[in-house]
Write a protein that binds this ligand. Structure first.
Ligand code: SF4
Ligand code: SF4
Ligand code: FES
Length: 256
């Protein structure tokens, strides 16, 4: 194993030779290094079942979950190199600060359902249920975020780009038939969906197999374009905005 050791000030790759057993995964090997050679090796994990999204690292340069990467996928004797997620600042060793993602999450308006019908039962088409279920499989491992070239080596793009995980969230809410918010302008202006050029790298690394680009980003881009460039919508917005402005300018006492 070759494991990156260090902190925010710098670090280096350190070699370890680790005995392994059949059926083990990269996380097992890292734990064995912790247990037998370097008790201070920092690695984040929780479920060891591919469900918590904590053990995201880059293994031989590819963003992967350490707990779901079997050692048997590598050639016998091959050196396995494990490095921290490149898109986020290192805290120590393999642990990165992914708080950028939580800050982005906070900027997306929450689900705002319509009032319940008289009988109290919301109804949705099965196709809408299934679409949402695919998006909700996300375990927030942020592997898609780390692979996205818009922010991978471009810290300066982060304030204007939410990244694929959050385009997924926009799409989930926007396509929900019971939601009342319109987030299309936000997706364009705040989330920077226009910067995505549909390379599909995010889809390739998603451990949940979510079709991020085909099912979320592309339909979301279409909706944003419809809102921004459809001439009828554009005219409607212009008139509506002018009415609002005129209303706001009516001096007090003359509103009636
Ligand atoms: S498809 Fe878009 S969001 Fe996904 S990695 Fe490529 S540029 Fe980033
Ligand atoms: S969309 Fe997939 S890769 Fe991205 S955070 Fe969710 S589970 Fe991870
Ligand atoms: S430890 Fe939970 S996803 Fe790997």
């Amino acid at each position: 194993m070759r494991v990156w050791r260090g902190d925010a000030t710098g670090g280096e790759l350190v070699d370890y030779t680790v005995p392994v057993e059949e059926g083990e995964v990269v996380l097992d090997a890292l734990h064995r290094i912790q247990a037998t050679q370097s008790g201070d090796l920092a690695v984040r994990w929780n479920c060891k079942a591919g469900k918590c999204g904590s053990c995201s690292t880059e293994i031989n340069g590819k963003p992967r979950l350490a707990c779901m990467t079997r050692l048997s996928t590598f050639e016998q004797g091959e050196t396995i190199t494990v490095t921290p997620l490149r898109t986020f600042p290192v805290i120590r060793d393999l642990v990165t600060d992914v708080s950028y993602n939580y800050r982005v999450a906070e900027t997306i308006p929450a689900f705002a359902p319509q009032p319940r019908p008289a009988d109290g039962a919301y109804r949705m088409q099965q196709v809408d249920v299934e679409r949402g279920q695919e998006f909700r499989k996300c375990i927030e491992c942020f592997l898609c975020q780390t692979v996205c070239h818009v922010i991978r080596d471009h810290e300066e793009n982060k304030p204007a780009f939410s990244g694929p995980r959050f385009f997924l969230r926009y799409a989930e809410l926007e396509m929900h038939p019971l939601d009342t918010n319109d987030r299309r302008q936000l997706a364009r202006e705040q989330a920077g969906i226009g910067l995505c050029n549909i390379t599909k790298c995010c889809t390739e690394v998603c451990p949940e197999g979510i079709h991020i680009t085909d099912n979320a980003i592309i339909p979301m881009k279409e909706r944003v374009v419809d809102r921004s460039f459809d001439p009828v919508t554009w005219l409607g917005r212009k008139i509506f905005r002018r009415d609002q402005l005129e209303e706001a300018q009516v001096p007090q006492g003359r509103a009636e």
